[in-house]
Design a protein. Structure first.
Length: 122
């Protein structure tokens, strides 16, 4: 049964988390599919690179990880002190590393003045 993330994560109790993500329907993340003979090994590098990139953006330290043929294991440390030091502009800049943002966030980063109505949606 699914549990809300805010009930699963308690930084008061621990800042370290072991996370597992698994492929479904016998799909291969990386390695070789012995039935079809197709190799997915090239994906291992993609997964590792993306993991380390995202960790920097989200103030997460990767303590350990394993990319297996159909699942991953991650041991993560949540650096909430670092996250709490970020101001609004730093947060938007980090968000823009993942996506282009919205018209409002682009205006904000460029230093344009936002109106009252725009601030409500920002």
């Amino acid at each position: 049964m699914a549990i809300a993330r805010k009930r699963q994560v308690s930084l008061v109790d621990t800042k370290y988390y072991h996370c597992i993500s698994r492929c479904v329907r016998r799909a291969f993340l990386c390695g070789e599919d012995h039935i079809t003979g197709q190799s997915y090994e090239h994906r291992r590098g993609w997964v590792e690179d993306k993991l380390l990139e995202l960790a920097k953006i989200f103030c997460i330290d990767v303590c350990a990880y394993a990319v297996m043929s159909n699942h991953t294991h991650l041991v993560l440390y949540v650096d909430n002190k670092k996250a709490n030091r970020l101001n609004d502009k730093a947060i938007v800049i980090r968000w823009h590393k993942l996506c282009k943002g919205t018209v409002l966030t682009q205006k904000y980063i460029q230093g344009e003045k936002l109106g009252k109505a725009e601030l409500i949606f920002f």
